[in-house]
Design a protein around this ligand. Structure first.
Ligand SMILES: Cc1ncc(COP(=O)(O)O)c(C=O)c1O
Length: 248
């Protein structure tokens, strides 16, 4: 259910924070669980974990109670701790920073694009220049308000400037970290919705009205889609997304 909201003012105007998409089938799914034998764990959780793993191409996924717990678990899985530095965007929910902080890691805040709130490669460069010895163990970019960071550009900076601490070199923790940096980004939900409406032939202002977003924000989403799919225009983006199974 997309709700009309008063226009935002000032910085980040038009960015779709707090405009969540909750549809009738989402509500029905929650009601189904509330009426079932399991309020925690149980078959719905197993189904969710399996489907999520498939969606992101992972061997396993683990559901947890909220985003704060997920970030903490991810930081622990990376064996982050004392003497480690993590770069975190300055515009985010505090859990992005508190997860590594709780494990004793040093948090260095990076600036963000004032128009979108997203960490850019140049922001990461600048933040790394303030990190001890100019390096960090991990970077936590945040795909803020349904938008995606330019992960290819961020990974290009991170690859040269993040170091594997000895305890990260062996085993699964190192593997997770490297995969997170190298993985080609999938489309965010907002980008997928934008592309779906492009495929229906809607213009950027029409898409903006449908998704309650400002037209420049729609165009930014579209450009991220082009970058991720390696295409230059709408028709090619739709064709490539269908080829990759990102659109039906
Ligand atoms: C970017 C970001 N990370 C983490 C969280 C934490 O999620 P939760 O409230 O589910 O703990 C939020 C919550 O708003 C968030 O916006």
């Amino acid at each position: 259910m997309l709700q009309e909201r008063p226009r935002q003012r000032g910085a980040l105007r038009g960015v779709g924070a707090r405009r969540q998409l909750v549809e009738e089938d989402d509500i029905a799914a929650v009601v189904e669980v509330l009426k079932s034998d399991y309020l925690t764990t149980g078959p719905a959780v197993e189904r969710f974990e399996r489907r999520l793993a498939e969606a992101v191409g992972a061997a396993e996924s683990v559901a947890c109670v909220n985003g704060t717990a997920a970030l903490y678990m991810a930081a622990r899985a990376l064996s982050l701790g004392r003497n480690h530095t993590v770069i975190v965007p300055a515009i985010t929910f505090l859990a992005t920073a508190s997860a590594p902080h709780l494990l004793g890691a040093r948090v260095v805040f990076s600036d963000v694009d004032p128009k979108t709130g997203l960490m850019r490669a140049t922001d990461l460069e600048e933040a790394l220049s303030r990190a001890p010895n100019g390096v960090a163990e991990a970077v936590f970019p945040v795909h803020y308000a349904g938008q995606s960071c330019d992960m290819a550009a961020i990974a290009a900076v991170a690859r040269g400037r993040t170091v594997l601490a000895p305890q990260l070199q062996a085993g699964i923790a190192g593997e997770i970290r490297l995969r997170a940096v190298d993985e080609r980004p999938v489309l965010s939900e907002r980008e997928r919705q934008t592309l779906e409406l492009v495929a229906e032939g809607l213009t950027a202002p029409e898409i903006g009205r449908r998704l309650c977003l400002a037209t420049p924000t729609v165009k930014t989403h579209l450009h991220h889609v082009y970058d991720k799919l390696g295409v230059a225009e709408r028709a090619a983006a739709v064709a490539e997304a269908m080829r990759r199974g990102l659109l039906e």
